[in-house]
Write a protein that binds this ligand. Sequence first.
Ligand SMILES: [Mn+2]
Length: 229
Amino acid sequence: MSETGRIFAIGDIHGCRIEFEHLLQKLSLKNDDQLVLLGDLINRGPDSKGVLGVARQLPNVRCLIGNHELRLLQYRSSSDPTKLKPYDWDTIYQLSDADWNFISTFESHIEFPEIETLLVHGGFVPWTPWQDQPLEDIVNIQVVDERDKEYGKRSHLPKAPSWQDLWKGPPFVVCGHTPRKEVYKQKSSICIDTGCVYGTRLTAFELKSKQIIQVAAYEDYVSKNPPVK
Ligand SMILES: [Mn+2]
């Protein structure tokens, strides 16, 4: 691992290949730079297969599992389609064996201990050591109710705060998964899912300098604005 290069994270791409390529141009990655894609590369947007093709060819890239990749991988290993969303089929029909093999290399989390930073798709509950939290939870979590020790999606617990509001760190956590119009920064975490597929922006974050680099979405691909909160 290079000690000198930059380390970029990119938020949820969701099939937005054109914006992904535009952002990569803007980063102009060098040989000693590293790149982590925070998961949910696929689904909802126009070109999931294209995003996987671009990602696979990048040097020094690692990818995290998002809830969308996890659902597809669970279907692939179980042949049980009951948990699939209707739009999953659009992606499944596009994927080659090489695409499936690539997705199966995606990681649950990535640590950069030298800068006390941890990358994950969704987040963590603040009351359990992060190392003990199951993959299903860390790719899906958005909000937490500390009193009742409940956690889940914003739609499931509409009054509960973001898990980030209660996360104290260390480590500093970089995540995606909860789309907002702006980057959501707390003292010990940052969420960089800025809802590209909803027509907002695709965001990259450089872990050492804390610099934000963004490109505008070309379209709202799902005709639904991301929540402001
Ligand atoms: Mn997600």
